[in-house]
Design a protein around this ligand. Structure first.
Ligand code: FE
Length: 349
């Protein structure tokens, strides 16, 4: 009896082991299959529904699965630095040359070698060796109170420092990369002294201590707190298309003015130095520069497409043509640190 019982339980154990082993081996083969499955891992600081639709199209066209991890740009940058060689990221999508440059400067990227990308994106909207690739453009414009200011009174960024705009300038904190890149562009174009004099002049003309985001500056014009605001062009578009009635009403009160040599920044993409799916990543970047994709990607955020063959939206066209700074954007990234120092020196909060 005893033996039989033992034998039975032994048989049971063997059966279980066999099952576990079978389970293991089938798990192994399926994980081998999944590692063979083509993927591209995207860290993205952009979160729009249209992005996901475009990624699905890419999956359909290529069979390459797009895995997206979303976060704010500084968080994703920190994560890339922390993960270093172990990162799963193949590409990183973010706004502002300040963020793109930080990824390049931290040695987290590699050059994107692609004739398709070079054909679709002009040289001034990518790094010298394709260290970064611009996907959309945005201008840092002057929004003005249509009741109190006529566009003939406006001209340059420098003019915003003149006494006639005392207590009338609304602009967000210097912690914003948008302001940092604007000032960095002045360092690149006019030198540090002039850039510092400009930021001092703006601080002297502040309508209030910097607060809120770009949309809040437009709302402050509507509330009569100041006549002019320095904001990114796409926020005007977002407010026009907003479901929020307060935003719609506020934006109706402002006009869009492009200063001479408007500061044009980008959102864009870099290829991770440690990408495990480099070919797929390059295909993905190429896809993002295609005309039909560019159209949807830019329009979703009221931005200008980086591909010059693609028309901007009707709203953007209604704002008219403008001249942009003739500038090396990589240097705007390089001067970011100095720009932050200058802001501190002139007490632009
Ligand atoms: Fe923004």
């Amino acid at each position: 009896m005893k033996i039989t019982k033992r034998a039975k339980s032994l048989i049971g154990l063997i059966t279980i082991s066999a099952g576990v082993l079978a389970g293991c081996s089938s798990n192994n083969s399926s994980s081998q299959e999944s590692s063979k499955k083509e993927v591209v891992n995207v860290y993205s600081a952009r979160h729009y529904d249209v992005d996901k639709e475009l990624y699905k199209e890419f999956e359909k066209d290529t069979g390459i699965k797009v895995n997206v991890i979303e976060g704010k740009a500084p968080e994703l940058l920190e994560r890339l630095k922390r993960e270093s060689k172990d990162t799963q990221a193949d590409v990183f999508i973010t706004s502002d040359i300040a963020n793109l440059y930080q990824a390049v400067d931290s040695d987290l990227t590699q050059n994107i070698e692609s004739e398709i990308v070079e054909k679709n994106i002009p040289q001034n909207l990518r790094g010298e060796n394709n260290e970064w690739i611009g996907l959309t453009k945005r201008a840092r414009i002057i929004a003005y109170d249509k009741e109190k200011v006529s566009p003939e009174e406006l001209s340059t960024y420098e003019d915003l420092t003149s006494d006639k705009w005392k207590n009338e300038i609304l602009v967000r904190s210097s912690e914003s990369t948008y302001n940092q890149s604007l000032l960095a562009s002045f360092i690149e174009l006019n030198g540090e002294d002039k850039a510092k004099a400009w930021s001092e002049g703006i601080v002297n003309n502040f309508a209030r201590d910097p607060q809120g985001n770009d949309r809040d500056q437009v709302k402050a014009i509507a509330a009569g707190e100041g006549k002019l605001a320095i904001v990114n062009s796409y926020y005007i578009g977002k407010m026009v298309n907003s479901e929020d009635v307060e935003e719609q009403k506020a934006v109706e009160k402002v006009g869009v003015f492009f200063p001479e040599n408007a500061h044009v920044n980008v959102s864009g993409v870099v290829l991770s130095k440690y990408s495990n799916n480099k070919e797929n990543a390059i295909k993905f970047v190429e896809y993002m520069t295609e005309e039909n994709v560019q159209k949807q990607f830019a329009d979703a955020n009221s931005e200008y497409p980086a591909n010059p063959n693609v028309e901007p939206s009707e709203l953007l066209k209604s704002w008219g043509e403008f001249t942009a700074q003739d500038i090396n954007l990589t240097n705007v990234g390089k001067y970011n640190k100095r720009a932050v120092e200058i802001f501190n020196e002139v007490n632009w909060k």
